[in-house]
Design a protein. Structure first.
Length: 95
């Protein structure tokens, strides 16, 4: 974690009272607000990536994945190969 710094923020009274109702006053506010800010930033970063990559997938570039059944079959194959690799690994481990 990076260095902690003090800051002053202004929030609506009813919001602060609701936070205090769940988490208590004073020293428990900061961890809650930090966690909430991190979650919000993660969502914002995700939405930014979605916007930046919009249109990257073209159906014409993936003709084998045009239907729901095609996708289902592909996922089944990928997951099956993963399971086979795990089985090989566990077979090599002697207990």
């Amino acid at each position: 974690m990076s260095e902690m710094v003090k800051t002053h923020i202004i929030v609506p009274r009813d919001l602060l009272e609701e936070i205090d109702g769940f988490y208590g006053k004073k020293r428990k506010r900061s961890p809650f607000i930090v966690e909430a800010a991190k979650e919000k930033l993660a969502r914002e970063r995700f939405l930014k990536v979605i916007d930046e990559t919009a249109g990257a997938w073209k159906n014409r570039n993936h003709p084998s994945l045009n239907t729901h059944q095609d996708v289902h079959n592909y996922l089944k194959e990928i997951r099956g190969s993963f399971k086979k690799r795990l089985d090989r690994i566990y077979d090599q481990v002697s207990y």
